[in-house]
Design a protein around this ligand. Structure first.
Ligand code: NDP
Length: 434
């Protein structure tokens, strides 16, 4: 805390994990003897670099690039790239730290990393995005590789950006190492279902949570924050399974549609035109738009799915959700609930699906993309989707069983943290002190 007191998001993520580990140390004193806690919070390395690029008027700009290679005990470093003006070392470290345990929980051979830049993609032309991605990769390429570190997308980095990054990597290396990046377009190295995977996986996870409560998604009212990659495909799968999604948002405000969100309109606005969610009301006259983000949690719902960004549900918003009868909160975004919000869920019997478990479908499908790239084959949509569903079921079961084993039945946050931690800690001990 003394050393990293200014890295508030990183400390928050570490505290969330460590606060759930006490029963683990009672059963595994070797973790204390081996000083695992001090070792696991220090990233293997943090790479930071200058990214210089030119806009369409030939003006020169400078941004900071990051790659945090946190832990590769379970497999090559793996984690997304985020392009957003709020990116700093604390955000990169919190995301990479979370990624270690999430990736371990998938059961697939992937370690934990994260990267990105404080570059703001909003309002940039396609050519500017391309030049930025090329400049970013011109430094990053020397630190990554299919068996070293495999980046993917995150906020502000979708298939278009991955395409430009991949093109530049290939140009520099003069090698077709498709497995160096995931989230590529199907047709040039990408996997079917990767685009949908985090959102679909989130809903598969919610399905499992509800099944254990003898319930289903059918007829449930759902609020989803965000309108990006995770949000759109969470809405799509929730609707497939009979839920009614009534709201979604972007960083300016949220829309409420009492007739149920028309996903084609959201896709048209966000995926095709790259416009603000505010435009939704021009297509759907019964819908309303409200400026500001937190108000979305005042809309009564059975299921709340935060899919935008960190700390978007605070204690007050959680209290309102609970007063309005929310039954399930499952996290599509990383660390969207503050510690106060999580305490409210747990104290009031809300079924809580923590990010590490509930949003692991994206990275799991990225690992399936790596497997396809290594074996130089493509799998069908149905095959990848079925594997994703199995992986989400396994993550749910592992988290549930682990929570029971360590004295916190029903607490999936404890279960997910402990299951991920034990796997990584055992690997660290097996690999010796270094
Ligand atoms: P996108 O960039 O596709 O979408 C992000 C959405 O969240 C946009 O609607 C954006 O609005 C909104 N948003 C971003 N920042 C803020 C903010 N500070 N306040 C309010 N709204 C904001 O990103 P993704 O959908 O990929 O990622 C969303 C979350 O899911 C992140 O937490 C990410 O780490 C997590 N995640 C993503 C995975 C993936 O596979 N993509 C995998 C696992 C987790 P606007 O358009 O106005 O910026």
């Amino acid at each position: 805390k003394n050393k990293y007191g200014y890295q508030t998001e990183f400390l928050q993520a570490v505290e969330e994990v460590f606060s759930t580990l006490v029963p683990v140390f009672e059963q595994h004193p070797e973790y204390i003897e081996q000083n695992i806690l001090s070792r696991i919070v220090e990233p293997d390395r943090i790479i930071t670099f200058r990214v210089t690029w030119q806009d369409d008027q030939n003006r020169v700009h400078v941004n900071r690039g990051y790659r945090v290679q946190f832990n590769n005990v379970v497999g090559p470093y793996k984690g997304g790239l985020r392009f957003h003006p709020t990116v700093n070392e604390s955000i990169m470290k919190f995301l990479a730290f979370e990624q270690i345990f999430k990736n371990a929980l998938t059961g697939l051979p992937i370690g934990g990393a994260k990267g990105g830049s404080d570059f703001d993609p909003k309002g940039k032309s396609d050519a500017e995005i391309m030049r930025f991605c090329q400049a970013f990769m011109t430094e990053l390429y020397r630190h990554i590789g299919p068996d070293v570190d495999v980046p993917a997308g995150d906020i502000g980095v979708g298939a278009r950006e991955i395409g430009y990054l991949w093109g530049q990597y290939k140009r520099i290396k003069a090698m077709h190492e498709a497995g160096v990046l995931t989230g590529k377009q199907p047709g040039y190295g990408g996997s079917l279902v990767r685009k949908e995977a985090t959102g679909y996986g989130l809903i598969y996870f919610v399905e499992e949570m509800l099944k254990d409560a003898n319930d289903t998604l059918s007829g449930k009212t759902v609020v989803v924050s965000g309108s990006g990659n995770v949000a759109i495909y969470a809405i799509e799968k929730a609707q497939h399974l009979g839920a009614k999604v009534v709201a979604c948002s972007d960083s300016n405000g949220y829309v409420y549609d009492p007739d149920g969100i028309d996903l084609n309109v959201v896709k048209e606005i966000k995926e095709v035109k790259g416009e603000r969610i505010k435009k939704y009301v021009e297509y759907r006259p019964n819908a309303t738009y409200t400026e500001g983000c937190t108000g979305i949690w005042t809309i009564p719902c059975d299921i709340a799915l935060p899919c935008a960004t960190q700390n978007e549900i605070d204690g007050e918003s959680a209290k309102i959700l609970i007063a309005n009868g929310v039954k399930v909160v499952a996290e599509g975004a990383n660390m969207p609930s503050t510690p106060e919000a999580i305490n409210e869920y747990l104290a009031n019997g809300v079924l809580f699906g923590p990010a590490k478990a509930a949003n692991a479908g994206g990275v799991a499908t990225s690992a399936l993309e790596m497997a396809q790239n290594s074996s130089r084959t493509y799998w069908s949509f149905e095959k990848v989707d079925e594997k994703l569903r199995d992986i989400m079921r396994n993550i749910y079961r592992t988290s549930k069983e682990c929570a029971e084993k360590y004295g916190a039945p029903g607490n999936l946050m404890v279960g997910a943290n402990v299951a991920g931690f034990v796997k990584v800690a055992d690997g660290m001990i097996a690999e010796g002190v270094y």
